[in-house]
Ligand binder design. Structure first.
Ligand code: ATP
Ligand code: MG
Length: 537
């Protein structure tokens, strides 16, 4: 890949500013990863790989109340699924002792102070973009007093929110992040790794640069909203006295059309039962798209094609689907399935004829073919038969001919109805000398349709998911934009051949779409066959 980050890395290597590349992926274990995280993973692991470097996985676990081991495990799984392996595994909480020592050092050097203002007062004193902030009345406490108070904060003498440790930088800085940012807060909460050892926790802005510096991260890649935090990042690395200084670089978040990727929203969907779970196939989570059948290769390709931008924008979701379809077209085995079955009886056919040969994947080289057994009774899709065909209808219609894929041409002779008027079955006659690949009938069928031999047909459930959010609905709250019809379930048939296939395998059901096997006899539509993506160039 080539982008502004790789340009920076190449220059750093050329100028000898770094010896090698060490990046990190720093998720907060407070939810499941989504496609936006996949972008960050592909970038962090991808650039390191490209320059023979490594990537650490570091859980940014400074928010004890929101974190859970469940999320940690899912993050391991998601990164591996994308095909990456981290070098070292860390938790920001591994550094709590060291971070605390750095804070003590800052207090002793007069670079940090304990503030008794409330959170609200701190906000008021901070000022605005137009107005400078005001110094806290506690800003000029003596080093001794600060040290004593900080130690007592750590010892648990004060309630949550009563005091904080702040950096003493500049209350009139044009950058609000530099107006004496909070470094430590009091929080009497159990941490999923450190238990009750701490009742003060360092803030992200203090923890992150120190963690990066301790690990020797060379390029700390994050998203644009941290751009204004970079001076603080550099300040922390400097005042803590690190010799090898990591640097932060910001890129634009990946946003997808009609998709919300904030963990907060995704959690609401799960908790309010709007979806079946974090891995619901409609969710933009990595486990969701995995369940949906998206191949990791396609997700990686998508991240690469989207590139790394410096300005926020929205990428068409159809582009991701396009990448998925593209990959599956080349890699998915073909099979026949019918999701809305109508029975067809071939009145003049005697069972026991030759097998047709069915192409395993015409999109791939040398994929070969496999036999498919024709029968006297078959199922076709209800959409492929019409009693009142519109003009140019080349599927099955009374009096017309159509080819059954990898088998014969049939002529439809009639339809037999049930008492209630619905179709019981359709009658056809086959043309014995029209066998696929050996057709001497001289009859030309303009359409070819798929079918499943009724004798061996496997009753199958097909789940077709629609968009989670309805793009037509206009609402402030995403919860009000939910599409109530985002799942349609069909009961149909598949070829018996698919029985031996593993759960997770992906197929193109010809003329239907790409499907993944979710369970025995259950398939989920991954994407349809038709590409709606229009490249702008
Ligand atoms: P969210 O806002 O969805 O909860 P987050 O940024 O809080 O996401 P983290 O766990 O902190 O989630 O993110 C881990 C890494 O993934 C960070 O470096 C973050 O910048 C990056 N990341 C998160 N969302 C995106 C996105 N949409 N596009 C690119 N990178 C992202
Ligand atoms: Mg975050």
């Amino acid at each position: 890949m080539e982008n502004f980050i790789t340009e920076i890395i190449e220059e750093d290597l050329r100028e000898g500013r770094v010896e090698g590349v060490l990046t990190r992926f720093p998720p907060e274990p407070n939810g499941y990863l989504h496609i936006g995280h996949a972008k960050s993973i592909c970038l962090n692991f991808g650039v390191a790989e490209q320059y023979g470097g490594k990537t650490n996985l570091r859980f940014d676990d400074t928010n004890p109340t929101k974190e859970d081991v469940e999320y940690v495990d899912s993050i391991f799984e998601d990164i591996r699924w994308l095909g990456f392996q981290w070098d070292k595994l860390f938790y920001a909480s591994d550094y709590f002792d060291q971070i605390f020592e750095f804070a003590v050092k800052l207090v002793k050097e007069g670079k940090a102070y304990v503030d008794d203002l409330s959170a609200e007062e701190i906000r008021e004193y901070r000022g605005t973009l137009k107005e400078p902030g005001k110094n806290s009345p506690y800003r000029d406490r003596s080093v001794e007093e600060n040290l004593d108070l900080f130690m007592r904060m750590k010892a648990g003498e004060f309630p949550d929110g009563s005091r904080v440790l702040r950096a003493k930088i500049d209350m009139s800085s044009p950058n609000l992040n530099m107006r004496d940012p909070v470094l430590y807060r009091i929080l009497h909460a159990s941490h999923h790794r450190t238990g009750d050892k701490w009742c003060i926790y360092p803030m992200y802005d203090f923890t992150h640069p120190i963690s990066d510096a301790i690990e020797g991260i060379t390029h700390s890649i994050c998203t644009l909203e941290f751009e204004d935090h970079r001076p603080l990042y550099d300040w922390a690395v400097d005042v803590c006295g690190f010799e090898k200084k990591p640097h932060q670089y910001e890129f634009a978040r990946l946003n997808l059309t009609n998709t919300v990727m904030s963990k907060r929203f995704l959690r609401r969907l799960v908790e309010e039962g709007k979806v079946e779970g974090w891995d619901d196939p409609r969710m933009p989570t990595i486990c969701g798209i995995r369940h949906r059948g998206y191949p990791p290769e396609a997700v990686k390709k998508f991240c690469e094609l989207v590139g790394v931008a410096k300005a926020n924008s929205e990428v068409d979701y159809a582009y991701l689907e396009h990448c998925v379809r593209d990959y599956l077209n080349a890699n998915a085995e073909r099979a026949m399935a019918v999701k809305n079955p109508v029975k067809v009886v071939i009145t003049n056919y005697e069972p026991g004829g030759a097998d047709g040969m069915f192409d395993i994947n015409p999109g791939a080289e040398n994929a070969g073919s496999r036999p498919v057994r024709f029968g006297k009774e078959i199922y076709i899709d209800a959409d492929d038969f019409s009693e009142n065909p519109p003009p140019k209808y080349f599927r099955m219609k009374i009096g017309g001919v159509v080819r059954l894929k990898s088998a014969y041409i049939v002529r439809c002779t009639g339809v037999v109805k049930k008492e209630d008027g619905s179709i019981d079955y359709v009658e056809c006659e086959y043309l014995p000398d029209s066998f696929s690949g050996n057709d001497t009938s001289g009859v030309k069928a303009k359409g070819t349709i798929q079918w499943v031999n009724a004798e061996h047909a496997v009753p199958t459930t097909f789940k077709v998911y629609g968009e989670l959010l309805d793009p037509e609905k206009d609402a402030e709250d995403f919860m009000d934009k939910l599409n109530p019809n985002s799942l349609t379930v069909y009961q149909g048939y598949t070829e018996p051949y698919l029985r031996e296939k593993a759960v997770g395998e992906r197929f193109q059901f010809i003329r239907m779409g790409y499907y993944v096997k979710e369970a025995e006899n259950t398939y989920i539509e991954i994407v349809g066959l038709k590409d709606s993506f229009k490249s702008k160039s």
